[in-house]
Ligand binder design. Structure first.
Ligand SMILES: Nc1ncnc2c1ncn2[C@@H]1O[C@H](COP(=O)(O)OP(=O)(O)OP(=O)(O)O)[C@@H](O)[C@H]1O
Ligand SMILES: *[C@@H]1O[C@H](CO)[C@@H](O)[C@H](O)[C@H]1NC(C)=O
Ligand SMILES: *[C@@H]1O[C@H](CO)[C@@H](O)[C@H](O)[C@H]1NC(C)=O
Ligand SMILES: [Mg+2]
Length: 375
């Protein structure tokens, strides 16, 4: 089937323009073009309106790209295909529920992480675009920057800044091979106590920022694999793929809950259909405990009496018996630990991960409390 190629140039006030309609599935060209140089955001509302009805049922699909970063204003699907040697398996750095993640260097020289979403990962182009626009505006030292995206037909590629040390998940579990804090480990050293505290604070800062935007953004899937680490163990929260904005009660935007077992607050599991900021606080509390203990909250393990327990339940039991120090990850140097700080961290972590959302602090309160606890 051959469809005519229609060149549509949609101009928009202070903005950006896009391009092509396509031949069946073969020729896929996605050209992004930012024609007003000095513009920070390249997608304008008026253009979004013009593109409101991509008609995939006619065999015609729309290609577009957008960049939210001035250094990236001409990225196209063709470029992404080139720099990844057609999404070569050698460049894969991760595999998540939405698709594969590749590392690449763009023509501009920037090193980026490309998340190629599987075809069914996102709904319509319009919803996708609205979501990307929101996320593209976020600039915060503890939130992974989304630099832009490229969409062609059902292909969607998200462009993120590359965070060099990868995910916290890998650092907690893949690399710390020995129960030994003195080094001599092949892949990397276990993370020190101080760096763990730094990571916890970084995540708290990033989350507090999102929760306190005029239109708060709920992450909904806070977990160790969604925390990326830079060279100095600064934390950057990744993956807003599941996030939606809360716009009061009259919202038509889906706010369905989603998440990962072990990190999911009980109210999501038992009925609640709306994600809340308190839900994120729960996941944050679990993450905080996980970082100190070095055990995955998603895997139940045998407790005292041989019965399977999850991380938070186990910690609550241990706290009742005053057994704090033995919960701390064995790969952290004992000399680094101050018992009263350890105790406070566990108590506060379980408060954040309280079953009852009314007892959990807000992220602002979390930051204040951490400032008091951590020396
Ligand atoms: N911006 C980035 N910089 C560096 N590495 C990244 C970046 N984004 C993702 N990665 C790597 O790719 C891996 C997979 O990420 P991805 O988000 O696809 O899966 P996930 O977090 O494990 O699961 P989920 O899909 O539920 O979020 C991450 O754990 C991380 O190692
Ligand atoms: C881009 O945004 C920054 C801050 O948001 C502003 O200072 C700067 O002037 C903007 N640049 C242009 C070209 O609009
Ligand atoms: C542990 O930290 C507390 C402050 O939280 C401090 O008063 C105390 O001196 C520290 N103890 C040691 C052994 O460093
Ligand atoms: Mg992720």
């Amino acid at each position: 089937m051959v469809a005519p190629t229609i060149q549509a140039v949609l101009a928009a006030a202070a903005s950006f323009v896009v391009v092509n309609l396509i031949l069946a599935t073969i020729l896929i060209i996605c050209k992004g073009n930012s024609d007003r140089r000095r513009n920070n955001r390249s997608v304008s509302p008026s253009r979004a309106q013009n593109l409101e009805n991509p008609k995939p049922e006619n065999g015609i699909s729309i290609s577009e790209s957008a960049s939210f970063d001035p250094t990236l204003n001409r990225v196209s699907m063709q470029e992404l295909v080139d720099v990844t040697r057609n999404f070569s398996p050698e460049l894969i750095i991760g595999d998540g529920s939405f698709g594969l993640v590749y590392k690449a260097r763009l023509y501009s020289g920037s090193v980026v992480a490309l998340k190629k979403l599987s075809a069914d990962a996102f709904q319509g182009l319009r919803e996708f675009r609205a979501e990307m626009e929101t996320l593209g505006k976020i600039r915060h030292p503890h939130i992974v920057r989304m630099l832009g995206y490229c969409a062609t037909g059902s292909d969607r590629v998200l462009i993120y800044e590359f965070i060099e040390k990868g995910s916290l998940d890998q650092w907690l579990y893949d690399m710390s091979s020995e129960e030994d804090c003195s080094g001599g480990v092949e892949l990397g050293l276990p993370i020190s106590w101080n760096n763990r505290m730094k990571i916890i604070r970084g995540v708290a800062n990033g989350l507090a920022y999102m929760h306190n935007l005029d239109t708060p953004i709920i992450h909904r899937d806070i977990k160790a694999s969604n925390v990326l680490l830079d060279a100095d163990f600064g934390a950057h929260i990744a993956d807003f793929g599941l996030a939606r904005r809360i716009e009061g009660s009259h919202t038509h935007v889906s706010t369905q809950v989603a998440g990962t077992m072990g990190y999911m607050p009980p109210e999501y599991i038992y009925g609640a259909t709306m994600a809340t900021v308190a839900g994120d606080v729960y996941s944050f509390g679990v993450l905080m405990l996980e970082i100190v203990v070095g055990r995955r909250p998603s895997f139940p393990f045998p407790g005292e009496d041989g019965k399977e327990v999850r991380l938070v339940e186990w910690i609550n039991n241990m706290i009742e018996k005053n057994r704090y120090m033995e919960m701390v990850d064995a790969s952290i140097c004992k000399e680094e630990l101050n018992e009263s700080v350890v105790v406070e961290i566990f108590k506060f972590g379980t408060k954040c991960a309280n079953e009852n959302w009314k007892i959990r602090p807000t992220m602002r309160e979390v930051i204040e409390e951490l400032d008091k606890i951590i020396i």
